[in-house]
Design a protein around this ligand. Structure first.
Ligand SMILES: NC(=O)NCCC(=O)O
Ligand SMILES: [Zn+2]
Ligand SMILES: [Zn+2]
Length: 485
């Protein structure tokens, strides 16, 4: 059975051109003029783009004494409805270690996911077992490891542990990811706010100023440089962190920065809202910033110093947020955005001229696939690639509201935002899973795990360079040594 998408404009990361796209089974078989297939999908007036990849989600994740309420079933369905065809979710090891945690995540995802998925695994300490398990994790198709510099007393790792883990990543061809906030400082500033009697959600932003993020970002980059490994900074929210990334990249270091759609669009003023629930629903780390930081992030996306737009979809219900009713440090950290990332970025990026359509495709899909070493199987409209495609209608519009969203959370932090640009159809491996001819129901069990091999081109190049420039002892003959040595 073949399908042809007809009458649209293919928008890739490097160019746009008019063509039909022929799909045979699960893959793209041809791109060209006047193609024919058993089934026709109308793309007149629309753009044919690679499906979005969200590289940062937390579905059903145990965190801060509770578990994120978005399930694999609801989260991946919400993703498809917004044009995202693959999510990469964070596995957080418990007492049983990485491999058991990976088993648990795989089981939940395999049973429920409608979209394809992959994983990152967190390194939350250091031991011989973690050293060994990291190689086993890579053997199972996961090439990225997450490090939290914040969440003191829970997930946080120190500099020694990060250096050990980053060095291990270099050896096994993996990419370290970092949540960059100085966890000691955050803990001290949280305590200070509580002592001052500021216990509401507004204290969340006071306790995590941009400097705390900028310092940690710079430190993570320096540790990665010493270890000889590329590094990916998750949820880059401010100029200070962006500056550290920009500076490192100008020096030739292999550093990636990931702004979130929330940090691009939502303002720190949200935490001052008189309604406690409104403010608490927006508590995430790092917190929202002001306009100056948002402008810096937008500039980074067009300048190329930031490469990816994600969501860090980590969604808790209002009831869960209320665990922190009397103490902001107990409000579960996290917000959502998985469903609306593409429409919001299109509206505020492409429609305003901040981004070209090609840059939009790059930061929502292609760059991510390249960085995560799964390109061009994912992230490309190309012959031989998986037919994960969004037929994007730039004229379709909606007002975002929790009342109609696919996410099962009882609110949406973008409530009331108008967006223009939405999927007409979303195809996952050749099948319409959302749109006028789709069933528009979750398809639990349809999604597949996407293996990502180690040793990307960047890993290899950096290892080669590090080996060439490694410290070497100078061989000196006895006559050039001080007497007595
Ligand atoms: N970002 C956030 O507040 N929650 C999710 C966990 C993390 O990524 O830090
Ligand atoms: Zn984080
Ligand atoms: Zn996260």
């Amino acid at each position: 059975m073949s399908t042809v998408i007809k009458g649209g404009t293919v928008v890739a990361a490097d160019r746009s051109y008019e063509a039909d796209v022929l799909i045979e089974g699960e893959t793209i078989a041809a791109i060209g003029d006047n193609l024919a297939g058993d089934k026709v999908i109308d793309a007149e007036g629309a753009y044919i783009m690679p499906g979005g990849i969200d590289p940062h989600t937390h579905l059903e994740m145990p965190f801060m004494g509770t578990t994120t309420a978005e399930t694999w079933e609801s989260g991946t369905f919400a993703a498809l409805s917004g044009g995202t065809t693959m999510v990469v979710d964070f596995v957080i090891p418990g007492e049983d270690g990485m491999l058991k945690a990976l088993d648990a995540w795989e089981e939940r995802a395999a049973r429920q996911a409608s979209s394809d998925y992959s994983f990152h695994v967190a390194v939350t300490g250091w031991s011989e077992k973690i050293f060994d398990d990291m190689a086993a994790v890579v053997g199972r198709g996961v090439n990225t490891f997450k490090h939290f510099m914040a969440y003191k007393g829970a997930l946080m790792v120190n500099d020694d542990e990060m250096f050990a883990s980053f060095s291990r990543c270099a050896a096994i061809g993996a990419l370290p990811l970092v949540h960059a906030e100085n966890g000691d400082l955050v803990a001290a500033l949280q305590q200070k706010c509580l002592e001052m009697g500021i216990s509401g959600p507004e204290a969340h932003a006071y306790s995590r100023p941009p400097e705390v993020e900028g310092e940690a970002t710079n430190r993570a980059i320096m540790i990665a440089d010493a270890a000889g490994v590329p590094v990916y900074i998750v949820h880059t929210s401010c100029e200070q962190a962006h500056e550290a990334i920009r500076r490192a990249r100008q020096k030739g270091m292999r550093v990636y920065g990931e702004p979130l759609i929330q940090h691009l669009l939502l303002d720190v003023g949200e935490y001052a809202n008189a309604d406690w629930d409104h403010a608490a629903r927006r508590v995430m780390s790092p917190p929202f910033r002001d306009r100056q930081h948002q402008d810096s992030l937008w500039a980074g996306l067009s300048a190329g110093s930031l490469q990816v737009v994600a969501t860090d979809h980590c969604a808790f219900t209002t009831e869960q947020k209320q665990f922190g009713r009397t103490d902001f440090t107990k409000i579960p950290n996290g917000t959502g955005g998985l469903e609306d990332r593409l429409s919001l970025l299109w509206t505020h990026g492409v429609e305003t001229g901040r981004l070209t359509m090609n840059e939009f495709v790059a930061v929502t899909s292609t760059n991510i696939a390249q960085i995560l070493n799964v390109y061009p199987r994912k992230g490309a409209v190309m012959v031989g690639a998986d037919a994960d495609i969004v037929v994007w209608d730039p004229k379709k519009s909606k007002t975002i509201t929790a009342a109609t969203q696919k996410s099962i959370i009882d609110y949406n932090v973008f409530e009331g935002h108008e967006v223009r640009g939405m999927p007409r159809y979303t195809l996952s491996r050749g099948e319409v899973v959302w749109g006028e001819e789709g069933s528009n129901e979750p398809r639990p069990g349809r999604g597949r795990f996407v293996k990502r091999p180690p040793f990307s081109a960047v890993n290899r190049a950096l290892s080669t360079w590090k080996e060439l420039t490694a410290p070497r002892a100078v061989q000196r003959s006895a006559e050039h040594m001080p007497i007595g040595v």
